[in-house]
Design a protein around this ligand. Structure first.
Ligand code: 1GP
Length: 250
């Protein structure tokens, strides 16, 4: 099995302290606009582009991947909202199980439905234990994922899930605050997970500036994901560069 992208991310984490990934939600702009955004993210030093999201028109994911393919050199990773996000115009896919979902569909059925398509598309699967944490606003991922939300102050519950993800052989644990979350995942949660587990931690949702990105990395995050700020910023490259600086400053 191809593990090129996984190795590339690991190398960046080792050499630069952490990675930054830019999330492009194909629902928010045309494929052409997404390409412009991805180009700016690449110039700003982001380490990869994630394409997808919950509640996305899944055909838009394929069209956006197609548009970015061959024009963007950094890794392009599908962030699937469902099995219909799977397409051959990317390098890898976050092959995720939503560990705190109430629905067996998001725990293992979607994965079974999608597995042959991932193989056929030649995508590198990067296995991810995906966890949705509480935010003060209800997020789309919480709704679509039928998540049994982990309360913000229950750090130990999140840590237990992350250790379980490690023991189940997953490559990453992804702590999701939800796109556009009012508050990002608490530092205390990240710190406890770092103490208790060995797999790299992805943190995303509600990270809007350099200082917050830095705080999360200092607490133990290995990968920082930002999406909304790139869509909202007047100067996309400048904003992403600022977050990349926060992610990588030692
Ligand atoms: C969503 O974690 C990501 O899965 C990004 O969230 O859009 O809030 O940056 P934002």
């Amino acid at each position: 099995m191809n593990i090129k992208i996984k190795k590339q991310l690991e190398k960046t984490i080792k050499e630069e302290g952490a990675c930054h990934l830019t999330l492009i939600d194909p629902d928010e702009q045309t494929p052409k606009e997404s390409l412009e955004m991805a180009k700016e993210a690449e110039k700003a030093g982001s380490d990869g582009i994630m394409i997808g999201g919950s509640g996305v028109d899944q055909d838009a994911t394929r069209k956006t991947c197609e548009k970015l393919n061959k024009k963007i050199d950094i890794p392009k990773i599908i962030f699937p909202g469902d099995t219909s996000s799977i397409n051959k115009h990317a390098d890898a896919i976050f092959f995720m199980s939503l560990l705190n979902s109430r629905s067996r569909y998001w725990l293992s059925m979607a994965q079974a439905f999608g597995s042959f398509s991932v193989k056929k598309a030649g995508l590198e699967p990067i296995s991810v234990g995906y966890l949705i944490l509480e935010s003060s606003n209800k997020t789309s991922v919480e709704f679509y994922g039928d998540a049994n939300i982990i309360p913000r102050d229950k750090h130990k519950i999140t840590a237990a899930f992350c250790l379980a993800a490690q023991y189940m052989g997953m490559d990453y644990a992804y702590l999701e605050g939800g796109s556009g979350a009012n508050e990002p995942v608490p530092n205390k949660t990240i710190k406890l997970i770092k103490q208790q587990t060995e797999i790299p931690i992805i943190v995303g949702g509600g990270i809007r500036n350099k200082e917050t990105a830095r705080e999360k990395v200092k607490a133990g995050a290995d990968v920082i994901v930002t999406g909304t700020i790139a869509e909202e910023a007047e100067n996309t490259k400048k904003k992403i560069r600022e977050i990349v600086e926060g992610t990588k400053s030692k």
